[in-house]
Design a protein around this ligand. Structure first.
Ligand SMILES: [Zn+2]
Length: 409
């Protein structure tokens, strides 16, 4: 390090130390802490409005009202169902701060929150009602402390993060919607820990493999190819594949269904398969191996039963695509998040996950996902729980990240 960089680094460090000590920033941070209980009550209100993926409408209307109440500008629900509200600064391009509306549960799920000791149970109570709550808490705090940012901020409560939603809210916002060219940085609030900075987006591809064939009586037509047997041959090939450990690469046959009766040759079998990798290139290689396993497994069953004169057909269909990549560790947004996390008393760690940040990351737009605060576990299960332990530190950390990034630190 030469003298100039040393001076610059020290200068930046000094500026960073002073940012959170600025009177207005302190006021904003205190506002978040003082209103922790109010925020948690709102989190429960949000969680109790059911919002399964593709059915986010009612919760979106609640957030739309909240955005208006907080004085965000040009509040709208866009064509995809995302709720948008602006807090204009001087920059022509905006930093997006988002949390997802949808929950990974089927329509009809009971979303009533129940309490057991200090622990609250509810599907989606943490994921991502906490993120939505933090989003609102941040706008409130900025307003309360009358903080104006240089950067224009776009607050978004988005649809389609979970499962087969396939990031449709983000895809619309960044690739199709009317504001797509005005967005140059992105923070999503998802998960809880303010120590965790997700700067990597795990790439995901999902396949539905449909095998169909002649069927027939299990005894009378024995010798014909069986769709379930073929699926077994495919799974056998796939399950023993070696995949890269770093970058982490995984596969999973998560669902399989088919056949009609114990005494019928299965005429159909469908498998749903999830492939993930920290490296888009590794994922492409794994995809080729999956497709080869499918071809070979079905061909093997057909060859084995060739004497019957019947054959199975197979159709692999890509049903999910979440592109990914990585926001570099030295990106100003990642630096800002790490600084903020330290200020609120954490030891920040960077990592990969599959979140809304995947989409902007794949477009080379700096993006991270940060925690909303508190403790939680069992996401995506009916036993999902949340404990509001130092929950205010989530919105505080995100707020400081926004301000540090805005100050160009
Ligand atoms: Zn989530």
């Amino acid at each position: 390090m030469n003298l100039l960089t040393l001076i610059l680094a020290t200068g930046a460090l000094f500026a960073q130390t002073s940012l959170h000590e600025r009177a207005d920033v302190r006021q904003a941070l205190e506002h978040i802490r003082d209103n922790d209980a109010v925020h948690f009550a709102r989190q429960i209100t949000i969680a109790e409005i059911a919002a399964p993926t593709f059915h986010e409408g009612e919760r979106a209307r609640f957030l739309e009202k909240e955005f208006r109440r907080l004085g965000l500008k040009n509040v709208e629900i866009d064509k995809q169902g995302n709720v948008l509200g602006w807090r204009p600064g001087q920059s022509p391009k905006a930093l997006v701060i988002a949390a997802h509306l949808d929950i990974s549960f089927a329509v009809g799920v009971n979303v009533k929150v129940r309490k057991d000791g200090n622990r609250y149970y509810g599907p989606g109570l943490s994921d991502d009602s906490r993120g939505l709550t933090a989003l609102l808490a941040i706008v409130e705090a900025l307003n309360h402390a009358r903080i104006e940012t240089r950067k224009t901020l776009l607050f978004v409560a988005n649809v389609g993060e979970e499962g087969l939603g396939d990031l449709n809210g983000m895809k619309y916002l960044f690739q199709q919607g009317p504001h797509k060219d005005k967005l140059d940085s992105f923070i999503s609030i998802d998960g809880t820990s303010p120590a965790r900075i997700t700067n990597g987006g795990t790439s995901v591809k999902r396949y539905r493999i449909a095998i169909t064939g002649p069927g027939g009586h299990s005894y009378g037509n024995f010798g014909r190819p069986n769709a379930i047997h073929a699926a077994g041959r495919v799974v056998n090939r796939l399950s023993s594949l070696e995949v890269s450990r770093t970058p982490k690469t995984t596969f999973n046959v998560g669902k399989i269904e088919g056949g009609t009766a114990i005494n019928a040759i299965a005429e159909s079998c469908t498998m749903e398969i999830d492939l993930r990798s920290e490296s888009p290139a590794e994922l492409d290689r794994l995809e080729l191996k999956l497709l080869a396993a499918v071809r070979e497994g079905v061909a093997e069953e057909n060859t084995f039963r060739a004497a019957s004169g019947k054959a199975l057909k197979v159709e692999p269909k890509l049903v999910g695509l979440r592109p990914g990549g990585e926001t570099p560790a030295d990106s100003p947004l990642v630096k800002a998040a790490e600084w903020a996390s330290r200020i609120t008393g954490h030891k920040p760690t960077r990592g990969f996950s599959s979140t809304d940040a995947n989409l902007p990351i794949s477009l080379k737009i700096p993006a991270v996902t940060l925690g909303g605060g508190g403790r939680a576990d069992n996401h995506h299960s009916l036993d999902e729980w949340y404990e509001p332990v130092e929950a205010w530190k989530g919105p505080q950390t995100v707020l400081l990240t926004i301000l540090a990034f805005d100050a160009g630190l």
